[in-house]
Each structure stands twice: as structure tokens, then as C-alpha cells.
Design a protein around this ligand. Structure first.
Ligand SMILES: Cc1cc2nc3c(=O)[nH]c(=O)nc-3n(C[C@H](O)[C@H](O)[C@H](O)COP(=O)(O)O)c2cc1C
Length: 245
């Protein structure tokens, strides 16, 4: 019977669920298990534990949770002395191509390099994206078939994917917006030289669209709302995998 510490970080709750399930399983095998959320560290005397499992979700662009990197750094010596395992939680591993696993392993590799820790075992676990809780703003130019022409139908497909999963589409960005799916920046044509009113009106509309795009992307950064570009969004919802089937 071992005293096992399971340390996790979580943003949307999935890694916590996985950590709890691991704890239940180990307890059923007769081990003493304690669970710790790395973002709410209590006074923790790690020397009581004889084995450790550490887990973190992946969130682009940062990778693993900073609290987990901190925990590993602070307790490196102890981790090196005992049997230890690391598990990552992300959606990329669901990819049917080897690319998603390779990408995830590269992020794990960065963690090992950054901390110097070499866990005895590494597991890549599939995550979840509970869309139904979230408000999405979709803005910018989308070109799903990548033929160089962005159409409003392409933006509608993105919106449909979100609503199919139970997410809400919102029309403006504010503190209640959870994600911005941001297409390409609209181009501004050259200012028309002749005084043709139609050319002038088109130009002004293009400038207004450009300004609106810049404002949304600036607000997303100010409010720290994650920005998903077309590719990242489609990748995370499994669009490419479905299209292949
Ligand atoms: C903004 C955002 C970015 C993400 N980036 C990645 C990523 O780069 N790679 C990946 O495998 N999963 C990524 N995911 C998927 C999460 O890792 C997955 O939803 C996981 O279940 C979240 O764990 P948590 O609920 O414990 O926070 C991302 C999710 C979100 C919402």
C-alpha cells in the first residue's frame, strides 16, 4: 500500500474529473490517495508521499498550466526520488493522424526540458470541450475549402458547428464572451482616385470592416478572451477528421 499524491490543474474541469477517477481506482486497489489542485496549493508536505501522478490540460498557445510547471520545479528533487507519472489532457490526441500525438508529445518534451523532470510514465489522455456552456463570437473572413475566396457561407458553417455542439453565438464582444473565432483580416482596397460614389462607398465599407476587425481583436486581448483562428477551431472540433470519413 502506497501513499500517492495526485496533483492536477484544470480550467474547464475535465482534468479534475480524470484525476478523481484515478484516485478512486487507486483507492480501490488499497492505496492511500490525496488529490491536490495546483492552483490552490495548501501547505503541502510532499515527503509523506511515496508516489506521484501529475496532470495538466493543454491550452494553446501556452501549453501546460503554469501552476503545474511551478509545482514540478519546486518539487523536482522529491519527484526524482519516487515513482512518478505525468498525464496530459488535450484534444489534439484525438486526431486520427500521428500529427496530434506528435504535437502533444512535443509539448510534454518542452515541460521535461523546462523542469528537468523525467517521469517514469507519460500518458496522453483525450480531453473534452463542453461547448454548451460557452458564448462564441465569430468574426472575420473564412475560407473553408481554402480556395482563396472567403464567403459568408463559410462563416455560416463555422456558426453551425458551434450551435450543433450547443454553444451560443453572440453578436458583440464583451466580458461574457468566452471565445472569439477569428477569420482572416479583411483587406483594404486602394483609395479610389476618381470620385465615383459607388467605388467611394465600397472603399468606406471596407475600411469600416477593417476597423471593426481590429477592434474585436484588440478587445479580445484586453479581456483575455481566447482567440481561435479558422484552422485551430476546425481542428479542435474535429472538422478535418469528419471531412476525411
Ligand atoms: C482555448 C483552448 C485552447 C486549447 N488548446 C489545445 C491545444 O493546443 N492542444 C490540445 O490538445 N487541446 C487543446 N485544447 C483542449 C483542452 O485541452 C481540453 O478541452 C481539455 O479537456 C481541457 O481540460 P480542463 O477541462 O481540465 O481545463 C484547448 C481548449 C481550449 C478551450
Amino acid at each position: 500500500m502506497l501513499n500517492v499524491l495526485i496533483v492536477f490543474a484544470t480550467r474547464e474541469g475535465q482534468t479534475q474529473k480524470i484525476a478523481r477517477r484515478m484516485a478512486e481506482t487507486l483507492r480501490a486497489l488499497g492505496h492511500n490517495v490525496e488529490l491536490y489542485d495546483a492552483d490552490r496549493p495548501p501547505d503541502l508536505d510532499v515527503s509523506r508521499f511515496e508516489a506521484a501522478i501529475v496532470g495538466s490540460p493543454i491550452h494553446a498557445p501556452r501549453g501546460f498550466a503554469r501552476s503545474i510547471v511551478r509545482f514540478v520545479r519546486e518539487h523536482r528533487d522529491w519527484l526524482d526520488r519516487i515513482p512518478s507519472a505525468f498525464f496530459s489532457v488535450g484534444l489534439a490526441v484525438l486526431s486520427k493522424t500521428s500529427d496530434g500525438r506528435a504535437q502533444t508529445l512535443a509539448i510534454v518534451d518542452d515541460l521535461m526540458k523546462e523542469t528537468g523532470w523525467r517521469p517514469h510514465r507519460v500518458e496522453l489522455i483525450a480531453g473534452a470541450l463542453p461547448y454548451s456552456k460557452y458564448n462564441f463570437l465569430v468574426h472575420g473572413n473564412f475560407d473553408l475549402d481554402q480556395n482563396g475566396v472567403a464567403t459568408s457561407q463559410d462563416a455560416e458553417v463555422i456558426q453551425r458547428l458551434i450551435t450543433q455542439w450547443g454553444g451560443n453565438i453572440v453578436g458583440e464582444i464583451n466580458v461574457d464572451t468566452d471565445f472569439v473565432v477569428l477569420g482572416k483580416e479583411p483587406a483594404i482596397p486602394d483609395r479610389p482616385i476618381d470620385p465615383d460614389p459607388i467605388a467611394q462607398a465600397n472603399y468606406e465599407r471596407a475600411v469600416a470592416e477593417y476597423d471593426a476587425y481590429q477592434e474585436i481583436s484588440a478587445k479580445a486581448r484586453t479581456y483575455r478572451i481566447p482567440i481561435l483562428n479558422q484552422n485551430r477551431f476546425l481542428y479542435l472540433v474535429g472538422y478535418y477528421e469528419q471531412a476525411k470519413r
